[in-house]
Design a protein around this ligand. Structure first.
Ligand SMILES: C[S@@+](CC[C@H](N)C(=O)[O-])C[C@H]1O[C@@H](n2cnc3c(N)ncnc32)[C@H](O)[C@@H]1O
Ligand code: SF4
Length: 391
């Protein structure tokens, strides 16, 4: 049921927090079984029961919804057995109606063991695969701490494309020591391989990672702001030429191949988040709630066993906070935001004076449909643009 604060899109995010090893750049909520953070090996069947219990908890809060998208993210969901994926999907179908065009995505790493499960995921109901390729060059893959080769990654992409109607893969660029010319050749190769969608992320140095320490100790040198902007511009140019315009700052697709799940987040729809560390946004009695789960897998599992959910946060957002989130999410999209929706959610208008100033710098533009969007040069300073408009 659509309340007046929602936009009709409803999704489910399933976070699978386990990985075979921790990549040195990654600050996602991912844990290696038998390592300190989760203690012992875990029992997949018991964990799946907890996912199912959390789904039941949220279905009581938000019954009668039509699910447009389901996304298995991680961590490494391709370490799940197809049976586990199938059990979660079957439960979702029991609890809610499923849209006939539902998108069901699973994030996969491209090792041969994981590729062997692709057909099982398809049989379980997954209809879109997103593969973590990260680089098409051997040296950078090694530096990124990946445990797959370039040829494994290429073959995973080809196999995914032969099994699934829709697929995507991720690359990380603006890496230490990477030149623009090297990236031009690598990206063109990637665009030749792509099957309609590609995600391209500039490497970011995140606190708490191995790369953070190496960067602090000057053992890795990142591109400066000017070179980063050149990387961004070159990426936009090559993707446009290949028919893969950006629909979001890091996501490029052929027209019609945009990910429903990505659009659901950035158009500020509603979603349930289940699993350790998952976040959700749901409108209850016309108030948007921000949910977050316990991050540590075993602690989350215990909480779900005791309470039926693993929530550690349930904040009711103020109108002001909703307006800020709409800007933060929506201005990442090339379609931009509808100022009228901002007004409806936040109870105030965007400052005409602020917009005029940003237009003067060439950072935002107003479209014929009334939407406000960030320009290509504005994307280089997106945080500042959002902060200006939110002020
Ligand atoms: C949830 S993560 C990883 C999914 C999967 N386990 C994998 O490693 O391929 C999703 C994507 O975020 C990107 N990513 C993660 N950390 C990053 C960082 N520090 N800088 C840029 N991109 C990053 C990677 O491209 C990754 O594929
Ligand atoms: S990048 Fe992927 S595989 Fe590596 S630690 Fe993060 S979630 Fe796990």
């Amino acid at each position: 049921m659509i309340s007046n604060r929602a936009n009709g899109l409803f999704g489910i995010y399933v976070h699978w927090p386990f990985c075979l090893h921790k990549c040195p750049y990654c600050d996602f909520n991912s844990h290696v079984p038998n390592s300190r953070s989760i203690g012992a090996a875990f029992d997949e069947r018991e964990f799946v029961e907890s996912y199912i219990n959390e789904l039941r908890h949220f279905a009581k809060i938000k019954p009668n919804e039509i699910v447009n998208s389901i996304f298995f993210g991680g961590g490494t969901p391709s370490l799940m057995s197809p049976q586990a994926v199938g059990a979660i999907l079957d439960e979702i179908a029991l609890l809610w109606s499923i849209d006939e065009n539902v998108e069901i995505t699973l994030e996969a790493n491209p090792t041969s063991v994981e590729v062997a499960r692709f057909k099982g995921y398809k049989a379980a109901g997954v209809n879109r695969l997103s593969i973590g390729v990260q680089s098409l060059r051997q040296e950078p893959l090694k530096a990124l701490g990946r445990n797959h080769s370039v040829s494994e990654a290429k073959s995973a992409v080809a196999i995914a494309q032969s099994i699934f109607e829709r697929s995507s893969f991720d690359l990380i660029y603006a890496r230490p020591d990477q030149s623009l010319d090297e990236w031009r050749v690598e990206l063109n190769e990637a665009l030749d391989m792509a099957g309609g969608h590609i995600s391209l992320y500039q490497l970011t140095i995140e606190q708490g990672t191995r790369f953070f320490d190496l960067h602090r100790d000057k053992k890795i040198i990142m591109p400066d702001a000017d070179l980063s902007a050149d990387f961004y511009q070159l990426t936009a140019q090559l993707c446009n030429e290949a028919g893969y315009p950006a629909y979001e700052i890091s996501n490029h697709a052929m027209v019609g191949e945009e990910s429903i799940h990505n659009l659901l987040y950035w158009r500020y729809g509603e979603y349930v988040g289940i699993g350790p560390g998952a976040h959700g946004r749901l409108i209850i009695d016309n108030i948007r709630h921000a949910f977050a789960n316990e991050k540590l897998p075993q602690e989350w599992h215990k909480k779900v066993y005791a309470n039926g959910h693993g929530l550690v946060t349930d904040d009711k957002l103020t109108w002001e906070e909703e307006g800020d989130e709409l800007l933060l999410m929506g201005l990442r999209l090339s379609e931009g935001i509808d100022p009228k929706r901002f007004e409806m959610l936040s109870g105030r208008s965007l400052s005409a004076h602020q917009i005029k100033d940003l237009q003067g710098y060439g950072f935002v533009e107003q479209l014929n449909n009334g939407f406000l969007r960030v320009t290509e040069s504005g994307f280089n300073v997106l945080d500042a643009v959002v902060a200006d408009l939110a002020a």
